[in-house]
Ligand binder design. Sequence first.
Ligand code: LIP
Length: 255
Amino acid sequence: MTDLWQNAMDHAVALARKAGSLVRDAVQNDMKEKFPTHSFIGEESVAAGEPCVLTDNPTWIVDPVDGTTNFVHGYPFVAVSIGFAVDRKLEFGVVYSCIEDKMYTARKGKGAFCNGQILNVSDQKEISQSIIATEFGSNRDIEVVDKIFSSMRKILCLPIHGIRGVGTAATNMCLVASGCVEAYYEIGIHCWDIAAGAIIVTEAGGVLMDVDGGPLDLMSRRVVAANNKIIAERIVKEIDAFTPLRDDASTETED
Ligand code: LIP
């Protein structure tokens, strides 16, 4: 019996690996062939030592598997996240929540959609009636963990209706765009986790900002995405902000 389950698990791991590499190849290689003059920022390419710098050149910002931990454990929220920026501004975003088979899309000035249905953020203005999404992230440094808990504690006790998080930043942002949660915030994410979701949120009528209330900086690894400014600014007041190493820290170029 033990061997039988071990076989099943080995099969699941092999299947997951196959699916992951299919997605990776499709997203990265196909795009490089089709748009050879475009720039490319992706989780895997940056891990392989390629630069992570946003220039005016048309740039694909891609996470083939957002929710890697979910993917490995079979937790059913995994997304393909593809953002596209020109002149450092997002033009469109596509997030495919694979297990749910939900295709979220948004193009600048043209609205946001899920499987073709238009998306609108929630119209809730009362923080006490809101659900807020966030994540614990992957940093296990005790000071960082304390700040994450302290922010959550303060936000929970405002009070709010609840805290949620599905383990993928891209999907959390699409849930803001869908009106299911009022806001999502996180410190420690990367540009490829949030680029596509960012334009999906704004095209659904939402707002983006930094965790200190300033404008969102895609490379800063900090984000607040909310249905409106009132909710976003209320959350910002409770966040114990910290500053992770920027995504472009080692590759910054002069303008
Ligand atoms: C993950 C995010 C998740 C966040 C993790 C990580 P990955 O992306 O989507 O929400 O909490 O810190 O960045 O690594 O699965 O692509």
